[in-house]
Design a protein around this ligand. Structure first.
Ligand SMILES: [Zn+2]
Length: 400
């Protein structure tokens, strides 16, 4: 009897330890701005704590283009980056990454990683896609090979990558879309999210992984559909929720409106992630609407194209006015690019097509974004976010 009790005691201790372990992706709300919906918090993951609001640099191919992992951690102090399931599934293949110890080990990034499901890329990049209730059949944009993504298979791919935060397969529409098409896609997204979530929970129990899956609210630009979608996804009781289907060509005011409608419907004690936004001047607008997490290729892509974001507005570095300019890119920025190099040198690198330009420019643009997020977080914690927002709005008006 004693032996049995002790075994059962060990089993129950293991179970509670296991439950504590699998619930490790957890949001801690630290402060809320009473005048807006802005929040400051912390997301606890197996790969560190992420202070929010947070902007996640995009590392599509398991690399933030041009930036070494050392600099992402030591210079930018990024605590989470985003990687892309669609691209890594096609090349080098998720099984290879699993064999090499998962994405953290493969790319030598010890901090948190969020992977999207690949849904957005299937709909925007692949050829000849065919949607059915099972999933989406598509041809690779690399070699034309046919593949099927299902709600379950995209979860399995993300388990092979071993990301901290995973996203379920969703159906993304172009803008504009009819109400009928948007409704159909939204309902399918909800059904796929349920299947993905059930499968995810089974896999979590098998693997004792510390990952989380954030369902994605869709509904195109229709407020009613967004509300219906959110209400149905809340039944999953997920540890975080995302708002998808924005930045697909709609006016910026509409992306903002859809966010504003959706965030109050999501649980206050879970992180809210708006996918694929925004411009530097929009970051505070999303945060003011209760958004905790964002990502966008804009700062890194624009950097490579010579468009640099500074505290005094945009700098198009190829312009002749910077040819002999000895000043740093942004005298208010403390990144290694601004600490070390002049605008004249950056312009020279850009005009010469030198690789170093992309590295220096990307480090600066991402630092600019991450600094904005850190300042907003401080303002929220100190109860000064309303003043921060007013100031940001005035600066945005002045620079246009
Ligand atoms: Zn800088």
């Amino acid at each position: 009897m004693a032996r049995n009790r002790s075994v059962s005691h060990v089993a129950s201790a293991r179970k509670s330890e296991f439950l504590a372990y699998i619930e490790i992706v957890r949001f801690e709300l630290e402060a809320e701005c009473p005048a807006t919906g802005a929040r400051a918090g912390r997301i606890h993951t197996a790969h560190g704590i992420i202070e929010t609001p947070v902007f996640m640099p995009v590392g599509t191919q398991a690399t933030v283009k041009g930036v070494m992992q050392r600099d992402l951690a030591a210079e930018l102090d990024a605590h989470i980056i985003l990687a892309n399931t669609y691209h890594l599934f096609l090349r080098p293949g998720h099984e290879l990454i699993r064999t090499l110890g998962g994405l953290h080990s493969f790319m030598s990034w010890p901090r948190a990683i969020l992977t999207d499901s690949g849904g957005f890329q299937v709909f925007s990049l692949s050829h000849l896609r065919k949607i059915s209730e099972d999933g989406v059949l598509f041809r690779s944009h690399l070699d034309g090979d046919a593949h099927l993504f299902t709600p379950e298979s995209t979860v399995d791919v993300q388990f092979a990558l071993a990301s901290d935060i995973m996203m379920p397969l969703d159906e993304c529409l172009d803008y504009p879309s009819s109400h009928e098409a948007a409704n159909e896609a939204m309902l399918r997204t909800v059904r796929w999210a349920r299947s993905a979530y059930q499968h995810f929970k089974r896999r979590i129990e098998e693997t004792a992984s510390a990952s989380a899956l954030f369902p994605i609210v869709q509904g195109s630009m229709f407020a009613g559909l967004r509300r219906d979608c959110a209400a149905q996804l809340l039944e999953l009781d997920a540890p975080g929720y995302a708002i998808g289907g924005l930045s697909v060509g709609e006016p910026r005011s509409l992306s903002m409106e859809m966010t504003e409608i959706t965030t109050p419907l999501l649980p206050r004690d879970r992180p809210r992630y708006v996918m694929g936004v925004g411009m530097p001047e929009e970051l505070s607008e999303y945060v003011a609407r209760g958004v905790d997490m964002m990502d966008c290729v804009l700062p890194s892509r624009n950097a490579r194209n010579g468009c640099l974001f500074t505290s005094a507005g945009r700098v198009i570095i190829k312009q002749a006015r910077y040819r002999d300019d000895p000043a740093p890119l942004d005298s208010n920025c403390n990144c290694i690019t601004c600490r070390t190099h002049s605008r004249a040198y950056l312009r020279h690198l850009f005009q010469s097509g030198e690789m170093l330009f992309s590295t220096l420019a990307t480090i600066h643009n991402l630092t600019h974004y991450l600094d904005i997020m850190r300042k907003m977080r401080q303002a929220i914690l100190l109860g000064r976010f309303r003043a921060y927002l007013d100031n940001a709005r005035n600066s945005a008006v002045e620079s246009t």
